[in-house]
Design a protein. Structure first.
Ligand SMILES: Nc1ncnc2c1ncn2[C@@H]1O[C@H](COP(=O)(O)OP(=O)(O)O)[C@@H](O)[C@H]1O
Ligand SMILES: O=C(OP(=O)(O)O)[C@H](O)COP(=O)(O)O
Length: 401
């Protein structure tokens, strides 16, 4: 069991808090945040620490080296300053003397945002906790920190130094986001059955692998497919979709379509594919049954019959896990499947939603009422397929040290 903020006497201590505020940027190259959901998620943990009179140094990443969204955290710090009652400063250094000096002179009850951890090469590599503890970032920062709090659930599937290294050197605790996510997602096998996984979106190969894991292990009783994933399963089943749709499928699925075909053979009663789709013809949404395919136009959503069939499955489901939009939700005409399916999933005993684009779809379509909306995409799916997360293993073993 990991220790939480309930186990921490924070007053007067210097606390390093790893958060995941990796966010979509505005796209204008101005480094402004297009969405602050991940920052708002951490407000509880950060406020609790400042109200308890701790000095808080925030560690986080943004983007990946050479990627479009690889940026400084200065805009994140400004937004956190607006969101928190406590004063928030920013320093464009992560672990050098300038950063360490600022941490040492921080006032109790205030926050310092350190620079993007991934500006340093070691942070872009994977380590086991013992070796992560020897990296410059962890070794130097540990000298000026008393305690480490990991609240970065969305990065908990990574083995980077700032995620797994501090637990070897400092008393370490899970933050409130980490605690809530592990509670909601950690014991998926204990959630009521039948458990239904709805796999949509465009990460076709990942979703095919997830389908295999959850069906084989019995974590899921049924897998329903939508989005490009649904079209990929139809394609693997020998349905001739038409050139446009097939080319979206094959551009998204590199080498797992054979596995999809095998899964349809092995679990014929436990995987469902769409019975109809919505295509775009002359700028309009037209619904077509699968039997009437192929068509020239691209299939951008599931059709009403599929929506109704899947909604019936939700009515008797104990747990529904949804990942990935059912269609091109960015276009109102093809948001119908996502809107109606996610809405009816709230009829299930317990509903869990994860995924970056999925969270954006929920906001855009005004969908709510789920039992848990995860801050993580990859991390949530790793947990929901029964994997042990490196961040949690490190917090667990840190608690034993
Ligand atoms: N039928 C479809 N054809 C083309 N794109 C689709 C279709 N269904 C969903 N998508 C696209 O999938 C993308 C989201 O997928 P993904 O990144 O896998 O979701 P998440 O980040 O939630 O895991 C969206 O941009 C959406 O437009
Ligand atoms: O956005 C994240 O993951 P996600 O896209 O799976 O939700 C996390 O910040 C992890 O980032 P990474 O996938 O670059 O390690």
């Amino acid at each position: 069991m990991i220790r939480t903020l309930d186990d921490l006497d924070a007053s007067g201590t210097a606390v390093g808090v790893r958060v995941d505020i990796n966010s979509p940027l505005s796209g204008d190259g101005d480094g402004l945040l297009a969405d602050d959901a991940r920052l708002r998620a951490h407000v509880g943990t950060l406020s609790e620490l400042t109200e308890r009179n701790a000095r808080v140094a925030v560690l986080a990443h943004q983007g990946r080296p050479a990627g479009d969204e690889f940026m400084s955290l200065s805009a994140h710090a400004r937004r956190l300053d607006e969101l928190l009652d406590a004063p928030v400063e920013y320093v464009d250094a992560t672990f050098c003397k300038a950063a360490r000096d600022r941490i040492e002179t921080l006032e109790n009850g205030s926050v310092l945002v350190l620079e993007n951890t991934r500006f340093y090469s070691e942070e872009n590599m994977s380590f086991d906790p013992v070796n992560a503890a020897e990296t410059h970032l962890v070794e130097r920062l540990s000298k000026v920190l008393d305690v480490f709090v990991n609240d970065a659930f969305a990065a908990a599937h990574r083995s980077q130094p700032s995620i797994v290294g501090f637990t070897e050197r400092l008393p370490s605790f899970g933050g409130r986001v980490m605690e809530r996510e592990l509670e909601a997602l950690g014991e998926i096998r204990d959630r009521p059955s039948p458990r239904v996984y709805v796999l949509g979106g465009a990460k076709v190969d990942d979703s095919i692998e997830i389908a295999e894991t959850v069906l084989q292990s019995g974590i899921a009783d049924t897998v329903l497919t939508t989005g490009v994933v649904g079209n990929a399963f139809l394609h693997a089943d020998g349905v001739s979709l038409g050139e446009e749709t097939a080319s979206v499928v094959t551009s998204r699925a590199r080498d797992r379509l054979d596995l999809a075909e095998e899964l349809l053979d092995r679990f014929p009663d436990r995987i469902q594919t769409p019975s109809d789709v919505a295509i775009k013809r002359d700028g309009e949404r037209i619904e077509r049954s699968i039997e009437s395919l192929p068509v020239e136009q691209p299939a951008f959503d599931v059709g009403q019959e599929t929506i109704d069939t899947y909604a019936e499955v939700f009515e008797t489901a104990g747990t529904v896990v949804l990942n990935g939009p059912a269609g091109v939700f960015e276009d109102e005409r093809f948001a119908v499947g996502t809107k109606e399916l996610y809405n009816s999933a709230t009829d299930a005993g317990f509903s869990i939603v994860g995924g970056g684009d999925t969270a954006a779809a929920l906001r855009q379509l005004g969908l709510s009422g789920f039992d848990h909306v995860s801050t993580g995409g990859g991390a949530a799916l790793a947990l929901l397929t029964g994997e042990q997360l490196p961040a949690v293993t490190a917090l667990d073993s840190g608690a034993e040290n």
